[in-house]
Write a protein of this length. Structure first.
Length: 473
């Protein structure tokens, strides 16, 4: 007993070190500190603290004079951080304690009352949700910008014919506009998903305190209102330990990256001179330090590569949560770096892709030439025969024989004279050539969701309206 009394108070104490007999090991201090990265949450931490303090004052838990001092101090700190004048220190472990320490330095005792009825456990969960909500809004904007760039190109190329592929073999002609609209749809689903994710992000953990709630008469609804949360998290244990929202976001982000990566892969192919379907603007390409002739599609390649990094963050977050008992565990500090990097990687990839798509130059003559190879209108001939009363399976066989003939002759189906075509089926008439041209082929797919140029233009117009509507869940 006596010996415990005689132990000296730890010098340079942490706010939590009152019951400790020796200062924390230097290596441990560095190992546990998160301020190096979680300072990114600083402005959101301040917003959360202001709302908490106002609620405490409204409930009479702290005096109005204390609130005034806290508001003054936090606003000074906000400015110091924004200007870079703030001194961050690992001694204060994380963003929360750095700010709190400075607050006490600036305003004295009122600063020490801020943490009443609150824990860093509900504080950090609140900060993270506030921050992620803002980032989701920014990402939704970037997605929309990329979609607008796609729509402009799709409109321009509503009638530009290119080969559509299955198994990366020429299948049927499509329009370039139609092809680009496929990506519009992927990104539209991404916007829906992110808006839906945002809805679950937007719940307030504060009030849960460390895990069990607090003995003070907090008004959680007021704090939620002030911070723009749709609701409060229902259960205090869940509120401090839940990171589903981070995982969901990483999953949404991973899907966006999947879509970007697929698009990137196509751009790389299309840039290859064997395809030569597009030119990428020079400002979005790089050269080789040894091969003077090279112009490389590094941007799409990097985006394709970075997708793996985002998938990795999703895995990291899943593994982080698996096996965590209720409630808060320090493991959760490891949620931030994957989440931050996910936001950065995704945001940058979207921004660079929007510029790339806007600057993309299609090469319709090469697309057309490629569509003329590979008998891309063979299905149109079969459909033509069906309209003449031939059963589809029979038509399929007839066309296959015609394709072999054309292949042997070294021409396209439309290059076969009528007399030759009629050898395969007497039902074929002169009107067949309309079905066999690329333009006839795409124009015939004339229904919602089809590749006919007029349908593509209508789809672009509809897409512009969908884009103008806010993506809400
Ligand atoms: N830096 C911590 C984190 O990011 C804040 C919460 C710490 N809470 C605690 N009881 N050690 O999760």
């Amino acid at each position: 007993m006596a010996s415990r009394q005689s132990k000296k108070r730890v010098k340079d104490a942490q706010p939590w070190s009152g019951r400790f007999n020796e200062p924390v090991d230097a290596l441990v201090k560095r190992f546990t500190a998160s301020v190096g990265f979680d300072r990114r949450l600083a402005q959101h931490d301040i917003r959360g603290s202001l709302a908490h303090a106002r609620m405490l004052a409204a409930r009479g838990v702290i005096a109005n004079a204390d609130l005034a001092a806290i508001e003054r101090g936090l606003s000074t700190i906000g400015r110091e951080i924004a200007s870079g004048a703030f001194t961050w220190s690992e001694d204060a472990e994380d963003v929360h304690l750095n700010i709190e320490r400075r607050l006490v330095e600036l305003v004295g005792d009122p600063g020490k009352r801020l943490h009443t009825g609150r824990s860093r456990n509900d504080q950090v969960a609140t900060d993270l949700r506030l921050w992620l909500r803002d980032e989701i809004d920014a990402i939704l904007e970037r997605l929309a910008a990329l979609q607008r760039a796609l729509l402009d190109q799709a409109e321009r190329h509503a009638a530009t014919v290119m080969p559509g592929f299955t198994h990366l073999q020429v299948a049927q002609p499509v329009t370039f506009g139609h092809h680009l609209l496929a990506y519009f749809e992927m990104f539209e689903r991404d916007r829906e998903r992110l808006a839906d994710c945002r809805w679950r992000v937007n719940r307030l953990p504060l009030g849960a305190a460390a895990l069990a709630g607090t003995t003070f008469p907090v008004d959680r609804a007021q704090v939620a209102r002030e911070l723009g949360f749709d609701d409060v998290a229902e259960n205090s244990l869940d509120a401090v330990s839940d990171r589903d929202f981070a995982i969901e976001f990483a999953a949404c982000a991973s899907l966006v990256m999947v879509h970007l990566s697929r698009f990137a892969e196509e751009l790389v192919l299309w840039m290859n001179p064997r395809f030569a379907f597009v030119r990428l603007p020079d400002r979005f390409c790089t050269g080789s330090s040894i091969m003077p002739q090279k112009k490389n599609p590094d941007i799409p390649e990097l985006v394709r590569g970075k997708s793996g990094r985002v998938f990795g963050h999703l895995m990291a977050l899943l593994a982080l949560m698996k096996g965590q008992p209720l409630a808060y565990n320090r493991d959760n500090q490891e949620d931030k770096e994957p989440l931050f990097d996910t936001v950065d990687t995704l945001g940058n990839s979207l921004a660079v892709f929007a510029g790339l798509v806007a600057g993309l130059e299609a090469r319709p003559e090469n697309m057309r030439e490629a569509a003329l190879q590979g008998f891309s209108t063979a299905t149109d001939l079969a459909d033509y025969l069906v309209r003449k009363g031939v059963a589809f399976r029979d038509a399929h066989g007839i066309v296959a024989r015609a394709v072999r003939e054309a292949e042997a002759t070294g021409c396209d189906l439309s290059g076969l004279p009528l007399a030759v075509l009629r050898r395969f089926c007497g039902a074929i008439g002169n009107d067949v050539y309309r079905a066999l041209t690329l333009e006839g082929s795409v124009a015939a797919r004339d229904h919602p969701g089809g590749t006919a140029p007029r349908r593509v233009r209508a789809a672009v117009a509809r897409a512009r309206k969908r884009l103008a509507r806010k993506a809400t869940a």
